[in-house]
Design a protein around this ligand. Structure first.
Ligand code: UFG
Length: 339
């Protein structure tokens, strides 16, 4: 089984490649390194003891993708490659639409040309916006997207559904991720944001490492147990394993529906302050934080009902938030050469 992973040098992609090899699959990774570093591939190879094929290419270009499918006999695709910054998408909407939607369309076109019929797609709980009822199930309403980034996920989901409808024999699993945190327990791969991190996990570890002076917690006047926002934080290795489960679903059983959608979360919500406390407990390091005003566009609370994935993919999150924080810290220390 040879899996084409787009964006396999990124945070979730790299951890997924590790799990694909652990499940006995082979990998071709295409990534243009627009928001990731080539050395991550060496680290993944060191963890797996295998040598994944790495191709540095932009998949919005049809010829690039065609060459890959021509040169490798690809059985299935996991599509991660996308821009992912919520804020940046507001400033650069055209780049987000062109890259995220363009890549998905090109990929489907070339998959069709080469009769590759199995796709796992990287979506996000952002499609639910602020849900009316919690936890969210896959049938919860899709809300109007608050940002171009969120809209690209909604549109790509729809494109995949329309493509599957028009092409009998094509199957896809759409995974709606909640908030990935943590790192591989070796501490050799992890989240590697460029510049000032937007996301909570790397902001915490960089503050603990002394790279950022203070973690700003955006708002403590929400209707939540301690006033800070609630998210469903999932260890990235658990999330990575969900992709293997999704592929196995496509390979082993021909699903009854051509497109299956799953929430990939722990089923538990934690506040931002609870994440900081979990980090402190796991590492023994206290995080310098301050409460500031709300961040525009943040939703108050969301967590997953992950029962469908457990029932149908035989997958569930197993690692704790503290474990995730410990592993994220191992990675940060390793990357910064902190003893
Ligand atoms: N937060 C802080 N301080 C920071 C960073 C984050 O307080 O420095 C808070 C945010 O306000 C939010 C929580 O931590 O309440 C999580 O924020 P993240 O930026 O880590 O994650 P988001 O939930 O905003 O966004 C994530 C992904 C998106 C995805 C979205 C879906 O980054 O790609 O989940 O809800 F679309």
């Amino acid at each position: 089984m040879k899996v084409l992973v787009t964006g396999g040098t990124g945070f979730i992609g790299s951890h997924t490649i590790v799990e694909l090899y652990a499940a006995g699959m082979d990998v071709v990774n295409v990534d243009n390194l627009s928001n990731s570093e080539a050395f991550i591939n060496d680290r993944v190879n060191a963890i797996t003891g295998k040598h994944s094929t790495f191709i540095n290419a932009d998949i919005t270009n049809e010829d690039n993708l065609r060459n890959i499918f021509r040169n490798h006999s690809i059985d299935a695709v996991i599509h991660f490659a996308a821009f992912k910054s919520v804020n940046e998408s507001v400033e650069k909407p055209l780049e987000y639409y062109k890259n995220n939607i363009g890549a998905t369309i090109t990929l489907l076109k070339i998959m069709d040309e080469f009769k590759v019929t199995q796709l796992v797609f990287s979506s996000s709980c952002t499609v639910y916006g602020q849900p009316d009822e919690l936890p969210v199930t896959e049938d919860s309403p899709i809300k109007e997207a608050a940002t171009p980034y969120g809209y690209t996920k909604q549109v790509c989901e729809q494109i995949i559904m329309d493509f599957a409808h028009a092409n009998a024999g094509f199957y896809s699993v759409i995974l709606r991720y909640f908030n990935p945190v943590g790192a591989h327990n070796s501490g050799t791969i992890g989240e590697l944001p460029r510049g000032v991190p937007n996301n909570l996990g790397p902001y915490i570890t960089q503050t603990a490492a002394g790279i950022r002076e203070v973690l700003k917690i955006f708002g403590n006047d929400y209707d939540t147990p301690d006033g800070t926002c609630v998210r469903d934080f999932i260890h990235v290795c658990d999330l990575a394993k969900a992709h293997v489960a999704a592929l196995q679903k496509l390979i082993k059983e021909k699903p009854t529906q051509s497109v299956l959608v799953y929430n990939v979360g722990t089923g538990k919500g934690n506040t931002v302050l609870e994440v900081v406390k979990a980090f402190e407990k796991a590492t023994g390091i206290s995080v310098n934080y301050t409460i500031t005003g709300r961040r525009e566009g943040d939703i108050e609370k969301i967590w997953a009902n992950a029962a469908k994935a457990e029932k149908e993919l035989h997958w569930k999150a197993e690692r704790s938030l503290e474990e995730a924080m410990l592993h994220a810290w191992l990675w940060e220390k390793n990357y910064r050469n902190i003893l």
